[in-house]
Design a protein around this ligand. Sequence first.
Ligand SMILES: Cc1cc2nc3c(=O)[nH]c(=O)nc-3n(C[C@H](O)[C@H](O)[C@H](O)COP(=O)(O)OP(=O)(O)OC[C@H]3O[C@@H](n4cnc5c(N)ncnc54)[C@H](O)[C@@H]3O)c2cc1C
Length: 385
Amino acid sequence: MSTGTPIFPPFTPEHDLFRASLRAYVERELAPHAADWDAAGIFPREVFTGMAALGALGVGYPESVGGGGDYWHVVVLAEELVKSRNAGVNMAMLVQAQMATPIINEIGTDEQKKLFLAPALAGEKIAALGVSEPDAGSDVANLKTTARRVGDDFVINGAKMWITNGTRADFVTLAVRTGEVGYGGISLLTFPTDVKGFSIGKKLSKIGNLSSDTALLFFEDCKVPARYLLGEENAGFYHIMTNFQGERLCAAVGAVAGMQQMVDDAIQYGNERTAFGKPLIKMQVWKHKLVEHLTAIEAARWLAYRACDLFARGEPATKEISMAKLFAGDLMQKVVYDCQQIHGGMGYVTESHIARAFVDARLITIGGGASEIMKEIISKLVPGF
Ligand SMILES: Cc1cc2nc3c(=O)[nH]c(=O)nc-3n(C[C@H](O)[C@H](O)[C@H](O)COP(=O)(O)OP(=O)(O)OC[C@H]3O[C@@H](n4cnc5c(N)ncnc54)[C@H](O)[C@@H]3O)c2cc1C
């Protein structure tokens, strides 16, 4: 007999309260500026402090570093951010709170938590994650930026590419080569960007995620204290891969919420817009297309929730997370196409949400591990390949 209480997903009244306050903030303070911030190619720095004031950047972290809540609060964060209607802001916030910083919480020293993690969760310092390089994106084990030990310091030389929050980051969680060629010679460092020799090569001009500053960064004889090493020397590859799991899960959860929003908008537009004497939504082709998408989105949601559950409980989840990102990412390409199509000409002008979503959506099958990389990972975790 049903108790009337849903067991799964395990959202409690506390999660619901967080969702309500976050949604109110996102709809009031972010969404109205979505098109303007995309046009400007940046959003105000105050968004970081505004989100932090809600506790949204600290979800999933212990109170000792200014956090609170559990992993299902992170799920709420990734879901509600899509209501900002601005993929660049969403990505910046998730990099700040769920991609550049979890690793500091896991393996950082008390000093690193105080200098980098806590100010990031408070929105006072902007964080970036520096893994990708001009010649090494998917192939992380091949990264070339070096950190040479000289006395009590590391001296860093190299370049990082496509770095989100890159033009205004106060620090970068930086992947560097400290040892042999391949995955066994990689380390992680907390890198403050006020170090001599650091420069922003350029802000990259992109087709989507326009309000997010994505940058090429240069490091020329940059000296940082050796104690800024994160965890053990030459053990960085393992931590990068672990860290990717949270990043990919947020991407999958956000993609599901984004697709749901696209279809909701398409249904609304289809009801309002008439052609040939009836609302578009009454045409069977559109009903069927959108219902098919709703069905697939529901499947994507439960696949993602299943991965969230494993991840939240500390169970192995790499296969499920990779599947969730792969499925949601590839599905999004079809959903966004049809949802733009039903908008007709309005879907082609950038004041419409769906026009901007059309280009933003391309990122999910490329960034944070391309769909092909997800397939490689899954094949390694399924017996028989
Ligand atoms: C907007 C944006 C923001 C980003 N933010 C960050 C960030 O904050 N920090 C960061 O470190 N990086 C960031 N990235 C980098 C991103 O993670 C990489 O672009 C991504 O990992 C792919 O790497 P790549 O571009 O070098 O593509 P490549 O590795 O050159 O791959 C190109 C394509 O080849 C195919 N391919 C690659 N390997 C295989 C394979 N083994 N089998 C089959 N096909 C394959 C895939 O289709 C892939 O898309 C960002 C990228 C973008 C576009």
